[in-house]
Design a protein around this ligand. Structure first.
Ligand SMILES: [Fe+2]
Length: 136
């Protein structure tokens, strides 16, 4: 499958919003921010996955920690997506687009030990930062 690197902006999806940016600059901003949004969605699902499936003697602490983190991650998506729209660009429309733009890998393991969950999320959060460093 061909790797999608940006989302095409149809003329009908463009907003007539005031901005100093030209069309190419607006498109460039969208192309940088949309993968960030996709990764935030992927990281949100992965964090919620661990929130739901965590086990062990520290269940309550990890369960609450992961929920708090998931909420912080998902809160990014709305601000970023609406920023793109304010510039007249097009943003994420579907799980399919998220899947094509994200860098964060899925985690379908039937069981992950609690400390391994934290380790994997640490790695993913680092990936998230490195993949988008200097891009916003
Ligand atoms: Fe919950």
């Amino acid at each position: 499958m061909k790797k999608v690197t940006h989302i095409h902006t149809a003329k009908s999806a463009k907003l007539s919003t005031p901005t100093d940016l030209g069309g190419r600059a607006r498109e460039a901003v969208s192309n940088v921010i949309n993968p960030l949004i996709a990764d935030a969605f992927a990281l949100y699902v992965k964090t919620k996955n661990f929130h739901w499936h965590v086990t062990g003697s520290h269940f309550r602490d990890y369960h609450l920690l992961l929920d708090e983190q998931a909420n912080q991650v998902i809160a990014m998506t709305d601000v970023l997506a609406e920023r793109i729209r304010k510039l007249g660009g097009t943003t994420i429309r579907s799980i399919e687009q998220i899947s094509k733009l994200k860098h964060i890998s899925d985690d379908n393991d039937a069981y992950v030990a609690p400390k391994e969950m934290i380790s994997r999320l640490l790695h993913d959060n680092e990936e998230f930062c490195h993949a988008h460093a200097g891009s916003t």
